[in-house]
Design a protein around this ligand. Sequence first.
Ligand code: SF4
Length: 292
Amino acid sequence: MVKEVKVKSILNKHKKRDEWFLDDYSVNPYYGCTFNCIYCYIKGSKYGSAELAAKINAPEILDKQLRHRAKKKEYGIIALSSSTEPYMHVERELELTRMILQKILKYRFPVEIATKSKLVLRDLDILEKIDSAAILPADLAQRLGRGVIVSFSISTLDEKLAKIVEPGTPSPKNRLKTMLKCKQGGFLVGVNYIPVLPFLSDSEENLDEMIRTAKDYGADYVLIGSLTLFGDKANDCKTLYYKFLEEHFPELVSEYKSLFRNSFAPPKRYQTKLAEMSKRLCRKYGIKSRIA
Ligand code: SF4
């Protein structure tokens, strides 16, 4: 039985638009996530809550908050979700994400879905309506021209490795197949290779294969971002990630330590190299390295 909680607010307005995903708002129907990716920061001490809970009154609260924003014409892309998976198994029964999408359609907001699950296919009927009915902020109307973006998150194409680092998720191959179905349904789709894993899925060869594969499965864009590791408590992703390295790739522990040093992220030179390599390979395969 999933814990149910009531919230006072569900629509988060960002101080400024997210440069990568273009969202001005985010909505998270759940606390926590049962997909349990070991690199995920949401269950750790920095951001999150380890326990899964459904924000059971989210659709009702969202209705009020979107009515208010729509009245003031404060349209903007809503990210669904930024700190949970909108299509966990529990969603099959609770349909919170589906009810939230119905509110988003009612008030004609655009939406960006980021998922690893094929359950998104259940909601293509609503997403299709949002895609044509949404009102975009003036500066995005030209650039994007539609109301729905569907992104699939993948950190490696290596099925064996994915099973270890993302134990609760559908396989990368299945995510790609789901993306292809969305593409065939006429949606704007892409792959978020975020995070790529240093020394495991971030080589030029890895990225070449990842971008080519994304293209083969219909991706309109590919976003590539590096790993972040937070916290020292038992549930923190940094602790879990090093545990995984010690168990499966002990030879990489010292490599990671010298790459991350005392930071939560690899240094600027690593990020720049990753960004340059991604852009170059995206050009090679004729695929966008930005959503719009
Ligand atoms: S699916 Fe997303 S939210 Fe869930 S554990 Fe994995 S990275 Fe975190």
